[in-house]
Structures are given as C-alpha cells and as structure tokens.
Design a protein around this ligand. Structure first.
Ligand SMILES: [Zn+2]
Ligand SMILES: [Zn+2]
Length: 251
C-alpha cells in the first residue's frame, strides 16, 4: 500500500487573510511534491529551498487567486539555482489557452529556473507511478481544469473553480475518489451566482453523485466561519470537513 499526504496551503478566496492564503494543495508522494494551484500567500508556507526540489506546480485556471504566488516560486527557483542549491528546474503546468495574457506574463519571466508544460482537455503526465490527469470542468467563467491524482492505491480529485451547471460531467471525472477537494465559495444564504461558484450544499450533492469517500471543502469566503460550510454540506453528504492551512491528511 502506498500513501500520499495532502496538505492545504491556501483555502480562501479572493484574498488572503491572517493565516489563510488563496488556494493551494500540496500532494506529497514518494519524495515528490505536487502543488495544485499556487494562490497568493501559498509560498510562505513552503520550506525553502527544500520544497523546490522535485516540485511540480499545476495552475488550474488563469484567475489570479490561483496563480498569485507563481512569481514568488519563480524567483526562489532562480536564486537557489544561482546559488548552486537547486539543480533541477521546477516544473510548472499551465492551461495552454491563455487568458488576459496571464500565460504570457508567467512564461516570459526569464528570472526563474523552471520548465513549462501546457494543459489541454485530456492531458495527463506521470510522477513515478502517480498519474495526474486533467479535464475542463465546463462550469466556470473561464476554462478551468479539474485535476485527478491517482495510482493503484488511491484517487484524489480536485474540482478547481466551478458552478453547478455541469455537475454530472464533473461527477463522472471525480467518480469513486477517496478524497474530493471541492470548491464551495458560497453558502445558500449568500444568494450568489451558483452558475459561477458552488454553494457548500452543491458540493455535498456533487460528492454524493460522484460516490466519493470524503469531501474536503475549500475556496471559502475569508470573512465567513468555515463551520457554516461544513454544516450546510453535511445536510447532503456526511463525510465532509473543511480544508485548513497546514492540516494535512494521509490517504
Ligand atoms: Zn478562485
Ligand atoms: Zn476562478
């Protein structure tokens, strides 16, 4: 049996607050590190320079709360490479279709020790025996990629930002996951636009439909009590908990 550790490094949006950062989830497996999204503040929870080694970074979509700290990692990689400490480039995976010139801005930063790979629908890559695969969730205001991380022993799925317009499509991708990391920007009481972002209730419905084992809620409003989201989702799906910075779980 092989295991991975999943540690949230950022759980709120659209801005970091106090000890909370914008989205980022660190998967550690066999000495490798996969950082799924790299929102504002995430890098301050990364131990440098150690965590730059064997590091793969995924940006799910080109909204700034999901890549705000990529620049910090680029500079860190540049400095530690120049010092002779970092010998392998940080691998950064970005959506192939640019939005608002954000891809261009990221890849044109020459003061970095990085290599770039581009995500399109159905793209996948391997880290040892861990497969990382992507699909457009077809549910957000811009193209946003769900991420699935799986090997023989476990499956983890991440929704990225999404609304409730294509739940069946997302449920199919996330089906039977041991852990679903799901955005829940809203509570029903917010009366927000659920076509753009999910309520915690919607996240619960998705977890149930996808038949996952556990639901980790994230992408919270920084001013809201996380327990309110968990309570709302539990009306539909019992095995729900809130992502907390630096509170890792083993799978
Ligand atoms: Zn977001
Ligand atoms: Zn977004």
């Amino acid at each position: 049996m092989t295991h991975a550790t999943i540690t949230p490094l950022g759980t709120v949006s659209p801005y970091p607050k106090g000890e909370m950062n914008c989205p980022g989830y660190l998967v550690e497996y066999k000495g490798y590190r996969l950082l799924i999204d790299c929102g504002n503040g995430v890098s301050r929870l990364m131990t440098m320079p150690d965590m730059l080694n064997n590091l793969y970074v995924v940006v799910s979509h080109y909204h700034k709360d999901h890549f705000g700290d990529v620049g910090a990692l680029q500079y860190a990689s540049f400095v530690y490479h120049n010092l002779g400490i970092l010998t392998q480039p940080v691998k950064i995976f970005l959506p192939d279709n640019d939005f608002a010139n954000n891809k261009l801005a990221i890849v044109s930063n020459t003061e970095s020790f990085t290599e770039y790979h581009y995500i399109s629908d159905g793209f996948s890559f391997m880290i040892d025996d861990l497969e990382v695969s992507f699909a457009n969730n077809l549910s957000h205001t811009i193209e946003a990629f769900m991420v699935k991380v799986q090997c023989r022993d476990f499956k983890i799925a991440y929704t990225a930002d999404m609304g409730n317009t294509n739940l069946s499509h997302v449920a199919e991708f996330c089906k039977d996951s041991d852990l679903l990391i799901c955005e829940s920007s809203l509570l029903l009481s917010h009366n927000g636009n659920r076509a753009r972002h999910l309520t915690a209730y919607d996240a619960g419905l998705l977890a149930k439909q996808a038949n996952v084992k556990r639901l980790m809620l994230t992408h919270f409003w920084p001013e809201e009590d996380k327990n309110c989201y968990v309570d709302e989702a539990k009306n539909v799906f019992e095995n729900t908990f809130a992502a907390e910075e630096m509170v890792g779980i083993m799978i």
